[in-house]
Design a protein around this ligand. Structure first.
Ligand code: PEP
Length: 259
């Protein structure tokens, strides 16, 4: 069976439009060289202010562009916010929602994220919904329970017609930006649990949902983590800011997809 992968870069609050153009163009060039099969998708999520220049720079390369967040309302007096239809109309295919930095520094809750996920899906945007436990939660053996409630609450009442579009990113908080990735076995264990929770919540369509791993994914550990049966790609922070390291992860997915 063909393995499906999504290799997604989260540039966080890095890169001006000019820097984005250079980095996106370098990634585009490498993606063209790698010629990923249709089962391997490549995505970069620059800051809002660089969406336009990144889109121009990746044109014709197969690289897609996503946003790092959006609001749940379509319009209104929400100074500083960006609506899902604005993200979509800017040329984005995906939107990251519920990244642990948004949960930690901006107080985003599962209930707020549920509204954002439903609004994004209604606009035809693919949400990449991030879930994952903190170090203390892992030490207290609460990982599976935390992830379960993030999924149950975050995916409440989502339309089954659009739910197969959804992407989940399992990102253990202790592994993000620390250099300390989960082992491939730890990732697989939680991904398998996520797969079964999705089946409980969404039924048969859950089999189509891509589950990405995120947290210090890099060329050195990509082969091993991406080879696990319930891992369908990665959400990559640090290593997506260098075209060489991001391309090496795309290359690992390409190899596994056809093996
Ligand atoms: C992230 O920000 O989603 C992430 C996984 O970061 P890093 O790869 O740097 O750990």
């Amino acid at each position: 069976m063909t393995r499906k992968y999504l290799i997604a870069g989260n540039w966080k609050m890095h890169t001006t439009p000019t820097e984005s153009r250079t980095l996106a163009a370098a990634i585009a060039e490498k993606n063209i060289f790698l010629k990923p099969p249709p089962s391997v998708q490549t995505l970069i999520c620059p800051p809002y202010t660089s969406i336009y220049t990144a889109l121009e720079a990746v044109s014709g390369s197969g690289v897609q562009i996503g946003a790092q967040d959006c609001h749940s309302e379509a319009k209104g007096a929400f100074t500083g916010e960006i609506a899902p239809n604005m993200v979509k109309a800017s040329g984005c295919s995906h939107v990251i929602l519920g990244h642990s930095e948004r949960r930690q520094y901006f107080g985003e809750t599962n209930a707020m994220l549920n509204k954002k996920i439903r609004a994004a899906l209604a606009e035809g945007l693919i949400p990449i919904y991030c879930v994952g436990e903190t170090l203390i939660e892992r030490q207290q053996e609460q990982t599976v329970g935390v992830v379960r409630s993030q999924l149950v609450d975050g995916l409440k009442d989502i339309s089954l017609q659009t739910a197969s579009q959804l992407v989940i990113a399992y990102e253990p908080v202790w592994a993000i930006g620390t250099g300390l990735a989960a082992t491939a076995e730890q990732a697989q264990e939680v991904h398998a649990a996520i797969r079964s929770f999705l089946a409980e919540i969404l039924g048969d369509i859950s089999a189509d949902i891509l589950i990405l791993y995120g947290g210090s994914l890099k060329p050195e550990n990509a082969d091993e983590i991406l080879s696990k049966p319930d891992v369908n790609g990665g959400l990559i922070g640090g290593a997506s800011l260098q075209a060489d390291s991001f391309a090496a992860i795309i290359a690992a997915a390409c190899k596994l997809a056809v093996s």
